[in-house]
Design a protein around this ligand. Structure first.
Ligand code: CP
Length: 294
């Protein structure tokens, strides 16, 4: 039984094992492979989600697991029940693993120390989103063959981004060069020792240009002058996309703010892997769920 709380500290062999197993699941032609038929998994989302929530459910169901979906808005959390009491409640009922998304940072580690079932981080605050970075790395491997030697530019709201952090830890461990590009008020100073901040023009000269969503819901307000101003300085506009090298690919964890951090016409352009990333989330999460409880 193995939790997955983050990629920080996970070594290359463990990441490779997950990605290899994801590749195995990706190649299966049968949609249903019920190796987890006697297992019960609960998806506990204390924060909204579309991709992560449904691709975990898809992954669990493709492995034949019994799935219990928990949405905070329709639960006793609304009456004030804590995250800990909620997870303990589901554990008491007999679930074998929990997939958890929550807003606060640091709570998941404490939770995992108090419960005996494996927990999988589906995104915690601005800390980590390990399965997103794993599916991003899986997408890069499918595109380039390997991660070692790639230059990956992560552009946008680094400060608030758990995706940037998980990708930084995972990609660095796998031998890629990571660089950031962000407005001054969206930089994460504590990450500067791990990856350089470069200009937008420099950031476009990379194998992977990974755009981040401007997380309007996490901003106290006033962090961007306007959507148009952000687009002008840090958006992947059609004009900037046209200047990318022939082998460069575009990624974004989604949801996207079209015409803010990425132009509408670029989202589904030939260089974009945004929807393939979503497809790749399923086999990657199959590998992570299987690793946790099989
Ligand atoms: N990429 C991602 O985590 O999307 P959701 O918030 O919709 O799960």
């Amino acid at each position: 039984e193995r939790s997955l709380l983050g990629l920080k500290g996970l070594d290359r062999s463990e990441i490779t094992a997950i990605l290899d197993r994801a590749s195995y699941w990706d190649k299966q032609t049968e949609k249903l492979n019920p190796v987890l038929a006697s297992k019960f998994v609960s998806n506990m989302f204390f924060e909204n989600s579309t991709r992560t929530r449904f691709s975990f459910e898809m992954a669990e169901k493709r492995l034949g697991a019994q799935v219990l979906n928990f949405a905070a808005a329709a639960s006793s959390v609304e009456k004030g029940e804590s995250i800990y009491d909620t997870v303990r409640t589901l554990e008491s009922m007999g679930i074998d693993a929990g997939v958890v998304r929550l807003k606060p940072t640091g709570v998941l580690q404490q939770l995992s120390e108090k419960v005996s079932i494996p927990l999988i981080n589906a995104g915690d605050g601005n800390n980590e989103h390990p399965t997103q970075a794993l599916l991003d790395m899986f997408t890069m491997i499918k595109t380039f063959g390997e991660i070692k030697g790639l230059t990956v530019s992560i552009i946008g709201d680094i400060m608030h981004s758990r995706v940037a952090r998980s990708n930084l830890w995972g990609l660095t461990e796998m031998g890629a060069k990571v660089q950031f590009c962000a407005p001054d008020n969206m930089k994460a100073p504590e990450l500067a020792e791990h990856a350089p901040y470069v200009t937008m023009d420099e950031a476009l000269k990379a194998d992977v240009v990974m755009m981040l969503r401007v997380q309007l819901e996490r901003h106290a307000g006033g962090m961007i002058k306007s959507a148009e101003d952000y687009r002008t300085h840090f958006g992947l506009t059609e004009e900037r996309a046209a200047r990318l090298g022939s082998g460069t690919v575009i990624m974004h964890p989604a949801p996207v703010n079209r015409n803010v951090e990425i132009d509408d016409a670029v989202v589904e352009s030939a260089k974009s892997l945004i929807f393939p990333q979503m497809s790749n989330g399923v086999p990657v999460r199959m590998a992570v769920i299987e690793r946790a409880i099989r």
